[in-house]
Design a protein around this ligand. Structure first.
Ligand SMILES: [Zn+2]
Ligand SMILES: [Zn+2]
Length: 144
């Protein structure tokens, strides 16, 4: 792996981690480009694909128009606002409960579960208090 690629991929990981943990490819591009002006959006996509293959990054698809990327940490679940596109991690012990359920399921019919997914889609607190606008509002990048 050459040095430039390594540097680009690290910058992508840093961008995701430093801005709320769930970014679109376009948002990652905007952040990384600040430090690497010659970067192209295509390069960001290519690096994201490599990072996903390496298991460093996961693509989040909530059935909306855009997908998000996050760095892979412990299994967790997401609260997804369908109005502003805001995503937050849900803090629960659901993972343990679900794993118990998965083991239980395997015990019953011998099905081997390899993955599962669970997303909570709705309207976040701040969007609930805003008047409904056609098209919704743009998602703001949150810096840590
Ligand atoms: Zn919202
Ligand atoms: Zn997350």
């Amino acid at each position: 792996m050459n040095y430039r690629n390594t540097k680009q991929r690290q910058a992508i990981l840093d961008a995701i981690e430093g801005h709320g943990g769930h970014l679109t490819a376009e948002e990652i591009y905007q952040v990384v480009k600040l430090g690497q002006p010659r970067l192209s959006l295509g390069t960001v996509y290519r690096n994201l694909r490599v990072l996903a293959e390496q298991g460093s990054v996961r693509e989040l698809d909530f059935g909306m128009a855009i997908t998000y990327f996050e760095t892979i940490k412990d299994a967790h679940y997401h609260l997804v606002c369908r109005v502003c596109g805001g995503i937050s991690d849900m803090e629960t012990d659901l993972e343990q409960k679900l794993m118990a359920l998965v083991e239980h399921t395997s015990g019953i019919d011998g099905f081997q579960v390899e993955q599962h997914r669970l997303d909570f889609v709705g309207v976040c607190r701040s969007c609930q208090s805003k008047p409904v606008e056609a098209g919704g509002q743009a998602r703001a990048l949150k810096a840590r």
